[in-house]
Design a protein around this ligand. Structure first.
Ligand code: AMP
Length: 281
């Protein structure tokens, strides 16, 4: 497995593989601190593409001024071992100045839906995500890019961006990987104390309850949201950011949980903001 640090190296690698003929290039963008959720994306890319690049880059522009950029977990060597074990051909690990050269003044911004769900409490977050993913897609010239449903709003925003910019990459979405007790894997779970780890299960408990209510025929979003508020009310240590039923394309509120609608929650467990969701079938 190669480790590349510059855009020029990544582009050269991608072009060489493409020119060799018959290669589909897959890209798995990550911020490192890789876990089984990331591994599932790399495996999906490995299965669907003949060449796989994993990017590891803690992207400063998607963090707000009081967020955890400085302390975000970084474990490059362990990450590279995991990427290699899952069959990645390349790890792309640029320095901040490589993706944001001195004087950088260009952003990619999707309007509207970027201010809903996570964008409501993190107003500059999605602008950072779209900017860095656009840079990675342009640099890698990937045919397919793999993302987790865990960040469902991010998927909606990136699909909009790829469609609007007519980028030649397909966005592939992979299922949420969970701990055996239901907690969705996240690099930020590392921040949780044992007590917070137990409280954090409230999110996946709410997801399971909504899935079973929807399954038994409850389709009113208001009822699904009310039942979730009840679950959270039993855990006063948690502060809810949002509980929402939305169209997965526009992120606009949906009155009824019709098939394909997204049910999503975000909550602060101590100082850590966690998210979870389900696509109602
Ligand atoms: P991150 O490193 O947190 O930026 O995440 C990189 C990619 O991994 C994103 O597409 C996430 O949606 C995805 N991801 C994170 N956690 C999970 C999970 N538990 N299951 C599946 N994919 C995940």
């Amino acid at each position: 497995m190669k480790i590349l640090h510059t855009v020029a190296e990544l582009r050269q690698w991608s072009r060489e593989k493409r020119n060799a003929g018959g290669n589909l290039i897959g890209l798995v963008p990550t911020m490192g601190a890789l876990h089984a959720g990331h591994a599932s994306l790399i495996r999906a890319a490995r299965a669907a593409c003949s060449q796989v690049a994993v990017s590891i880059f803690v992207n400063p522009t998607q963090f707000g001024p009081h967020e955890d950029f400085a302390v975000y977990p970084r474990s490059f060597e362990v990450d590279c071992a995991l990427a290699q074990a899952e069959g990645a051909d390349v790890v792309f690990a640029p320095a901040v100045e490589e993706l944001y050269p001195a004087g950088a003044a260009t952003f990619v911004e999707v309007e509207g839906l970027t201010h809903r769900l996570d964008g409501a409490s993190r107003p500059t977050h999605f602008r950072g995500v779209t900017t860095v993913v656009a840079k990675l897609l342009i640099a890698s010239e990937a045919d397919r890019a793999f993302f987790g449903q865990k960040d469902a709003a991010q998927v909606a925003v990136l699909r909009r961006m790829v469609a609007d910019l007519r980028l030649p990459a397909e966005i592939v979405v992979c299922p949420i990987v969970r701990e055996p007790d239901g907690l969705a894997l996240s690099s930020r779970n590392l921040y949780l104390s044992p007590a917070e780890r137990a409280q954090a299960l409230t999110l996946s408990r709410a997801i399971r309850q909504v899935e079973s209510l929807a399954c038994s025929g409850e389709r009113r979003s208001s009822a699904l949201i009310a039942s979730t508020h009840q679950i959270f009310a039993a855990v006063p240590e948690i502060r809810i950011d949002y509980i929402a039923v939305v169209d997965w394309t526009t992120l606009e509120p949906a009155e009824f949980a019709v098939p394909g609608v997204l049910f999503a929650v975000a909550a602060w467990v101590g100082p850590t903001r966690l998210i979870d969701n389900t696509i109602l079938g």
